[in-house]
Ligand binder design. Structure first.
Ligand SMILES: O=C(O)COP(=O)(O)O
Ligand SMILES: [Mg+2]
Length: 218
């Protein structure tokens, strides 16, 4: 088997929010906009940033709980839909790509790595973010939270991406404890990003990627 065919079988799966893009300001703005429209208090963006990673429903539930507002699952689902609708109107507003991510994703793809995305964002939103950034052509498989039976930290989410990539295994790259737990439960190697928010990863900072091109050596 030739060198190219062998390298074709290597795969990296990425988390999205906090890993490829700094979307916390846009998420905070959309969720606060939605809360204000329903007579609820805003939450400081820094606090919201620390809660991202478990999916939209859990974010809304956590923000309501922080304000001691009792809410039935239907109410949380209603607010979650309103927040996602608002966010989807301008999904790149308040979002920036972390330094070197665009060039490093392109270089990894060019070097023969198959690339996947495993995010707790809904599928349509994840795809529209990737398209808006011009990253969509780089990914061989994308699975948002509603594209699988169970989302992260359920290992089935990551396994679904790896199966769609048609590889045996992969490296998973993320920014939070949700990603670490998912990789561990899935039996998949994990690398944290160096720009993860303090306290969200248990892997020591020295073991983290300084940029995505560090993965070339894996
Ligand atoms: O929780 C979210 O909305 C998405 O987060 P993720 O891309 O880090 O999985
Ligand atoms: Mg993340």
């Amino acid at each position: 088997m030739g060198q190219a065919a062998q390298s074709d079988r290597r795969a990296i799966v990425f988390d999205l929010d906090g890993t490829l893009i700094d979307s916390a300001p846009g998420i905070a703005a959309a969720v606060n906009r939605t809360f204000a429209a329903h007579g609820l208090e805003p939450t400081p963006p820094d606090l919201i940033a620390g809660l991202i990673g478990h999916g939209a429903y859990r974010l809304v539930a956590d923000l309501l709980a922080r304000q001691f507002i009792p809410a039935a699952p239907d109410d949380i689902a209603f607010l979650t839909k309103a927040y996602l609708d608002s966010y989807a109107e301008a999904p790149l507003e308040g979002t920036t790509v972390y330094p070197h991510v665009a060039e490093d994703l392109a270089a990894l793809s060019e070097a023969g790595w198959r690339l996947g995305l495993c995010t707790n964002k809904p599928q349509a939103l994840a795809v529209s973010v990737l398209e808006g950034l011009g990253f969509d052509h780089l990914f061989d498989a994308v699975r948002g939270a509603d594209a699988v039976c169970a989302r992260k930290p359920d290992p089935g989410h990551l396994h679904a991406v790896i199966a769609a990539l048609e590889v045996e295994t992969a490296i998973y790259v993320g920014d939070t404890e949700v990603d670490e737990a998912t990789a561990q439960a899935a039996g998949v190697a994990f690398r944290g990003v160096g720009w993860a928010a303090p306290g969200r990863l248990s892997a020591p900072e020295t073991a983290r990627l300084s940029r995505l091109s560090d993965l070339m050596a894996c």
